[in-house]
Design a protein around this ligand. Structure first.
Ligand code: CA
Length: 233
């Protein structure tokens, strides 16, 4: 599955340049032309990374950055700020507002791609991590074990891979076709309905009476995994 990058930038020429280069390197690209649209798309689509311009209509990049960091759903999305000015003060303000890195305009596409890769590597230790967590669900990848709270959860191999995929992309909505591609493999022929069967098994194994259901069904779109707030906290 291609990583999704949101570009929030009002200058059409820069958006074109960025989209072209990112798509050519295997990224999927979403575009927003002002700060408000950027916030909205970030919350709705949960991209893997955001390229955020400093000078934007409606809401400044720095304000968008602050709001993304205040919102639980977008808090951990890596942000690279694009700044026109190379002033040290701006860089510091950007990093203080929660940006992971910044690139000063004009930049070369190869410089930007290098930054994107570096930030994504840093932001995704979960790809190599031994343990994945979401709320009270903990997956030990090496030991191939899953716990919910103190309880052992027994999963078949497909349910394990499905849960791992969700844990690695928490909050993001995946269609049945996307899940088939990522979890079963693009060249395996399985009917989309099969996904529902395995989701049902995964829910059955994960959820006991009092526990909330972390798997969200999105009508006509697919499924997502969200952290469940502790019930008796
Ligand atoms: Ca701008």
């Amino acid at each position: 599955m291609k990583p999704l990058i949101l570009i929030v930038e009002d200058e059409a020429a820069i958006v074109t340049l960025l989209s072209y280069n990112l798509e050519r390197e295997g990224f999927q690209v979403l575009e927003a032309r002002d700060g408000e649209e950027g916030l909205l798309l970030a919350t709705e689509r949960r991209p893997d990374l955001i390229l955020l311009d400093w000078m934007l209509p409606l809401l400044s990049g720095i304000e968008v950055c602050r709001r993304l960091r205040r919102t639980p759903q977008t808090r951990s999305i890596p942000i690279i700020m694009l700044t026109a000015r190379g002033e040290e003060g701006d860089r510091v303000r950007g990093l203080n507002a929660g940006a992971d890195d910044y690139v000063t305009k004009p930049f070369s596409p190869s410089e930007l791609l290098a930054r994107v890769r570096a930030v994504m590597r840093r932001a995704r230790p979960s790809a190599d991590a031994e343990t994945l967590r979401c709320g009270d669900i903990v997956m030990d990848i090496a030991a191939h074990k899953v716990k919910r709270g103190d309880r052992d959860v027994h999963l078949g191999p497909t349910e394990f891979r499905l849960l791992r995929h969700f844990l690695e992309h928490q909050g993001r909505v995946f269609s049945r076709e996307q899940l088939l591609d990522s979890v079963w493999g693009a060249d395996v022929y399985v009917e989309p309905r099969t996904v529902d069967v395995h989701i049902r098994r995964l829910r059955k194994a994960l959820n006991e009476e009092a526990e909330g259901d972390p798997i969200r069904t999105v009508r006509s779109a697919g499924y997502a995994l969200d952290a469940v707030a502790p019930q008796y906290a």
